[in-house]
Design a protein around this ligand. Structure first.
Ligand code: RFL
Ligand code: PHB
Length: 389
């Protein structure tokens, strides 16, 4: 088999790239380790930057998102003695959109299938060969059959545990990592959200987040020790803990119900450099991870896809390889800013087990500064709605 671009990984990064390439008449094949149902069962991100929304429109897959997504003009920050709002539209002129990653992925699969785009599911033992030459190829097995695809380029969109990053030799690859000493326990419940906007809450008992997917589907999180297991948390224990961490007026109006999903995610900051090796490009979680505070994971994947899509377009349609040569540097420049913002927001709002009294005072002063200072609010709003591509 032969194609122009092999895309390893059928998560949102890989699917969005395949759909954008298709719009420009560039052929690709997506290789996905799991089944479609498995990918669609993952509950992950919920907030889309305008840049992501625009890419979905450019890819021609925005119809349902535009009809069912909700614009949020701001967010609430709650701390021990202050609840205040960051007004995104006032400070940046731009809202963010609430539309879940599951729905984004569902729409991308539907579009890809409708266009007859090729996705190979349940691929095993994917190996990327000769990425440093002009003739790379990818081998894998599916349904017990060994396969080979020759191509011009390989896009590594296979997430943090994929093979693409590990294809780059260790003497070329440099990794930067910070693991946080806590996780997020999240639940999804078929209850109306407690507020029209998200509430990021810092409390002595730890961080909590009130989020949503739509008017009748809520997503809530509480910071928990890494040693906790999902089975340790009954729904009642979750709701009780959430109520202790959010402002009283929110706790009083919180509508609870059975969880339809419950999971614990560890928090990590991670970047690998470079994001390109020969004809292999890394995109999304394959190259970087952020803690979810600030909702930058999926959105940073989207900016990588924007840069790579334009680089490939320039190569195939305009015969220019400048975008290809500059991909890693351009993507990383934006990635590091998203890393900084996610790390800052995580540090600002979480309880750290080894926190000193001084650290606590710094956190309180940082929150008070944000509450009282318009310039700080503007800086936060600019980062939250997404820095320019
Ligand atoms: P994904 O979504 O991990 O998709 C990668 C795909 O590659 C497949 N794969 C392979 N396929 C073929 N061969 C191999 N060897 C393969 N190895 C892996 C996988 O099956 C998968 O389908 O990466 P992508 O596309 O880069 O998308 C990134 C986003 O998914 C990610 O940034 C966000 O979901 C991160 N994230 C969150 N981001 C937010 O902005 N807000 C959130 O609230 C939020 N919550 C989360 C999250 C990530 C989580 N993880 C990773 C556990 C909650 C969780 C639990
Ligand atoms: C979510 O709705 O899942 C969500 C929203 C905002 C975040 C993280 C997660 O910062």
């Amino acid at each position: 088999m032969r194609t122009q671009v092999v895309i390893v990984g059928g998560g949102p990064s890989g699917l969005l790239l395949s759909q954008l390439l298709l719009k420009s008449g560039i052929e690709s094949i997506v290789l996905e380790r799991k089944t479609k149902d498995y990918v669609l069962s993952r509950i992950r991100a919920g907030i889309l930057e305008q840049g992501f929304v625009n890419l979905m429109r450019e890819a021609g897959v925005s119809e349902r998102m535009d009809a069912e997504g909700f614009n949020h003009d701001g967010t609430l920050i709650a701390a021990e003695n202050a609840t205040f709002r960051i007004d995104f539209v006032k400070h940046t002129g731009t809202p963010v959109m609430v539309y879940g990653q599951t729905e984004v992925t569902r729409d991308l699969y539907a579009a890809r299938e409708a266009a007859g785009g090729k996705i190979v599911y349940e691929t095993e033992n994917v190996i990327i060969h000769d990425a440093k030459t002009d003739a790379p190829y990818v081998t894998f097995t599916t349904g017990g059959q060994a396969q080979r695809i020759d191509c011009d380029y390989v896009a590594g969109c296979d997430g943090f545990h994929g093979v693409s990053r590990r294809t780059i030799p260790t003497d070329v690859r440099r990794e930067y990592e910070k693991v946080y000493p806590f996780g997020w326990l999240g639940i999804l419940s078929e209850t109306p959200p407690v507020d029209d906007e998200l509430i990021y809450a810092s409390s002595e008992r730890g961080f909590a987040l009130c989020s949503m997917r739509n008017a009748s589907l809520s997503r809530y999180y509480v910071q928990c020790p890494l040693t906790d297991k999902v089975e340790d948390w009954s729904d009642q224990a979750f709701w009780d803990e959430l109520k202790r961490r959010i402002p009283d007026e929110a706790a009083d109006k919180l509508i609870t119900g059975p969880s339809i999903e419950k999971s614990i995610a560890p928090l990590r900051s991670f970047v690998t450099e470079p994001m390109q090796w020969g004809r292999l490009f890394l995109c999304g979680d394959a190259a970087h991870i952020v803690p979810p505070t600030g909702a930058k994971g999926l959105n940073t994947a989207a900016s990588d896809i924007h840069y790579l899509y334009h680089a490939l377009r320039d190569h195939y349609l305009d015969k220019s390889d400048e975008g290809i040569a500059r991909y890693s540097a351009k993507a990383l420049a934006r990635v590091w800013k998203a890393e900084r913002f996610s790390w800052w927001m995580t540090t600002l709002l979480h309880h750290f087990p080894d926190q000193t009294e001084f650290d606590l005072k710094m956190q309180q002063a940082d929150i008070a500064f944000l509450r009282d200072n318009e310039a700080a609010q503007k800086a936060m709003a600019e980062n939250y709605v997404g820095l320019p591509y």
